[in-house]
Design a protein around this ligand. Structure first.
Ligand code: ARG
Length: 458
């Protein structure tokens, strides 16, 4: 394809250089935004009398035709084209003749690419937020379905205190609510239009930036033309948000991997979200969860790649910035793919309540409650803590758990202990006693479920 910018140079580019420079391979996915943006631009040019209104109409109709043909597959992307912007303009001019050459009046690819990318990414945010909502709903449903299931809560991956399975699920729901918030916030800053900034300095044509911005669904315009074309914060912010999303999904995946192991056996993943081994007949591997965990690194890498590419760039546009797209597209694609498997995987997960309860019965996770019981008998917490610890050691020496330790042994350590100790360290009562706001008792978990349902309109 002959270069539209031939003039100052012959436009003949070395084949390797041409290929190296071209971005159509990955920016063609923004064709809809590019064409819609151009339609708004043509309309503005016509409305301001920069081109004749009839010419604007011709351009808009031509662009509509290109959009339709790309949608239907009647028109294919030219892999030789420099980028999506040049491709569309070239096809338009082939189809319309000289009037096509008027489209790029009062515009540069610098503001055009920034516009396309903001439009494309705000759509990606909407789609990712939709999937995050679906995952939060799936977690909430699992919390509701397993409201009475007691499990050990962990710190340092050591059994710590008894909790409700639902409480654990709702911890993830809260993380995802923050992700939803962060993405909405990121979208707000992204949704300012750069178009009209032109190459970097604005334009001498009597343009109407607000008109184009509002036609394209923006909340306003970027206020400095240099910043408008050199800013990629919106990509970086989005990838930061997505990195946190992936960190959350990775932690959840790690737990699914652990819990579905024969060592834990807290959950069973549905067969269609696991794989077998080519050699070991007994295997049921949690590959999807492992892959989500593994793909987290890609998204962090995408963020680091663009942060590094942007660092030290002088204002305004530099070609280095073409590197933004592969990074941010990969981050979005990866997150969407991960959420796509996480939602049904969570929905199809079966919780083995008997096993979680059994695990909660060992490991002395009621030792804190025993100490609290002694505080109730008048001991200072630190003293109570020490006695409880000694009783745990006594149990370990005897090979029993606190519930099984005879009263005589209790009394040998502390005279204040009576028969009521057994009720005080009963697992369900340990859970129920944690009535503090946000604690693990049933009513608190129910309140969390109600909150999430209200916030997300579930
Ligand atoms: N393909 C380019 C990019 O993705 C479009 C902007 C080109 N601008 C320029 N001045 N060469 O960044």
């Amino acid at each position: 394809m002959a270069k539209l910018w031939a003039g100052r140079t012959s436009g003949e580019v070395n084949a390797a250089a041409d290929d190296f420079n071209s971005s159509i391979r990955f920016d063609s996915r923004m064709y809809r935004q590019d064409i819609t943006g151009s339609m708004a631009h043509a309309a503005m040019l016509g409305a301001r009398g920069i081109i004749a209104p009839a010419e604007a109409e011709t351009l808009i109709a031509g662009l509509e035709g290109i959009l339709k043909d790309l949608d239907s597959g009647a028109l294919a992307f030219d892999p030789e084209a420099e980028d999506i912007h040049m491709f569309v303009e070239q096809v338009l001019t082939e189809r319309l003749g000289d009037v096509g050459k008027k489209l790029h009046t009062a515009r540069s690819r610098n503001d055009q690419v920034a516009l396309d990318l903001r439009m494309y990414l705000r759509g990606e945010i909407d789609s990712i937020r939709g999937s995050l909502k679906a995952l939060t709903a799936a977690l909430t449903r699992q919390a509701e379905a397993n409201l009475d299931v007691v499990m050990p809560g962990y710190t340092h991956l050591q059994r710590a205190q008894p909790i409700l399975f639902g409480h654990h699920m709702m911890a993830y729901a809260m993380m995802l609510l923050r992700d939803l918030d962060r993405l909405a916030d990121c979208r707000k800053r992204m949704n300012l239009s750069p178009i009209g900034a032109c190459a970097l300095a604005g334009t001498s044509y009597d343009t109407d930036r607000e008109m184009e911005a509002s036609a394209l669904g923006f909340d306003g315009i970027a206020r400095n033309s240099i910043d408008a074309v050199s800013d990629r914060d919106f990509c970086l912010e989005l990838m930061s948000c997505l990195s946190v999303v992936m960190m959350h999904l990775s932690r959840l995946s790690e737990e699914l991997v652990l819990w579905s192991s024969w060592e834990f056996r807290f959950i069973v993943l549905s067969d269609d979200f696991t794989t077998g081994s080519s050699i070991m007949p007994q295997k049921k591997n949690p590959d999807m969860a492992e892959l989500v965990r593994g793909k987290t690194g890609r998204v962090y890498g995408d963020l680091m790649a663009l942060l590094t590419a942007m660092k030290g760039l002088p204002l305004a546009y530099n070609k280095d910035m073409q590197e933004d797209k592969e990074a941010v597209f990969d981050a979005c694609d990866t997150v969407k793919a991960c959420l796509g498997v996480c939602v049904p995987m969570l929905e199809g997960m079966t919780v083995l309540g008997e096993n979680t309860r059994r695990a909660a019965q060992t490991g002395f996770i009621n030792a804190t409650d025993l100490a609290d019981y002694l505080v109730g008998k008048g001991l200072p917490f630190r003293t109570a803590y020490k006695i409880s610890g000694e009783l745990v050691a006594a149990c370990i020496a005897k090979g029993c758990v606190l519930e099984e330790l005879p009263l005589a042994d209790y009394k040998a350590h502390c005279e204040l202990i009576g028969e009521d100790v057994y009720a005080a360290i009963d697992l369900v009562s340990c859970v129920e006693k944690r009535q503090s706001a946000g604690g693990t008792c049933r009513s608190s978990v129910e309140a969390q479920i109600a909150y999430v349902k209200e916030v997300l309109n579930l």
